[in-house]
Design a binder for this molecule. Sequence first.
Ligand SMILES: Nc1ncnc2c1ncn2[C@@H]1O[C@H](COP(=O)(O)OP(=O)(O)OP(=O)(O)O)[C@@H](O)[C@H]1O
Length: 482
Amino acid sequence: MDSQTKAVESTKKYLTTAVSIVGSAMVARTIVNQYLPNELRTIIFSAFHHRFGWFSTEHTIVIKETENLTSNELYDASSTYLQTRISSNIRRLRASKNKEMKSIILSLDDGEELVDDFQGINYKWQLKITKENHGRNLGRKNDENPSWDFSSTRWFTVTFHKKYKDVTLDSYLPHILEKAKEIKVADRRLKLYMNEYGSWSPIDLQHPATFETLAMEADLKKTVLEDLTRFIQRKEYYKKIGKAWKRGYLLFGPPGTGKSTLIGAMANYLKFDIYDLNLREVRTNSELNRLLVRMKNKSLLVIEDIDCSIDFKNRNKNKKNETNKSRNDEISLSGLLNFIDGLWSTSGEERIILFTTNYKEKLDPALLRPGRMDMHINMGYCGPNSFRILVYNYHAIDEHPMFEEIEGLLKEVEATPAEVAEQLMRSDIVDVALEGLIQLLQGKRNKGQGNKGNGEDDKDEKLVLVEKEEERLESSAGGSLS
Ligand SMILES: Nc1ncnc2c1ncn2[C@@H]1O[C@H](COP(=O)(O)OP(=O)(O)OP(=O)(O)O)[C@@H](O)[C@H]1O
């Protein structure tokens, strides 16, 4: 059971206890204080408001802010959730910046009421703030303007018809926890970690790429997106087959075909941090292991230019002259992949590993074996489809008399999306930018860079799914769970 489910379960358990207690008592607050353990009293300050007498049709739950992280979960979640429910008929709102200073957020002001509808049930929310003066004067500037030691206590009350008690405990509160989690994930600022001197240094990741702006053949893009979506929904499947919840993608293609752009789009789509592992900076397997152990969940591990990162051929030759000890501690591809398998199979969280290369043919065959990388994606030259996406990105147009000529040329010559993008950016005047592109493509054709080998038309070459092993595991585990 994860921590959230536990919180819901314990919330439910104690609220249920409190409900039955209140059935035979007039003042819930006293009873709750008397019966509930301390930490739960902090989650639910008093399960029911004193308006619950014998004849009341309403129940009120009080959710109090505390300093205890676990008990604060419901308060925090309620606060996050209610921000999405603020409507124009609320008179007094508080505006503040969220913790990461990303955006202005609006929340209820003291005493202000908000009505939320869930499955046709009306829930009346109210925020209460009390200030407590601890009676001490904290170093005043002058006697007329003392600075008193105040602290404030905040809590939400949520009131609903008592016949919905079970729905509230079983569905509404868990719904709030779940929604708040989704909002936080969507609002998270992504990080890019890079390794230096054996540890990770993070910076904010501000990669603008998205799947919408990624120039890629439409079917291939759809397949990649569906694969990612399926993967992140398959926690139970991976648990059942006893495999690490991980997916490996090998991106290959000439420089400037969008391998890094695709990685940025994946990170933004999944809201995953990127760990950009530079293997040249890593001296031993133990150092590599330490780095991998320190990676957080929900992340993309990227190893770029895998063909140049480690010189496998030379390494194998050198092995003859080395002692057993140094051999055991040197970095190897199989060391990396085996360790990842072992490490990630115990963490139970989803991770993605991405290798990029400009030269697939130079790679160690171990890497290309089924079960190592699940999908091989050929990031090819720019074709008509990718051109349309790029021209829309830079000039927001989907038709132009020059398109026909450009598309004809793109079928003949090899131009990377990076080259096409660069031309399109050269001028804000569409005609000038497109004319420049035509000249570039004609120049390539005249220099004999025609006979395009792996353009968008070669769909079969674009994507190699290495699914056989997975299918076998799936059938032995009793079928797909997705
Ligand atoms: N498929 C694409 N979609 C959108 N923009 C692209 C694409 N490919 C390249 N670009 C543009 O070209 C620039 C360089 O591309 P990118 O770095 O993603 O290529 P790459 O294949 O990773 O190159 P390298 O192998 O040299 O690392 C990007 O910043 C982007 O502006």
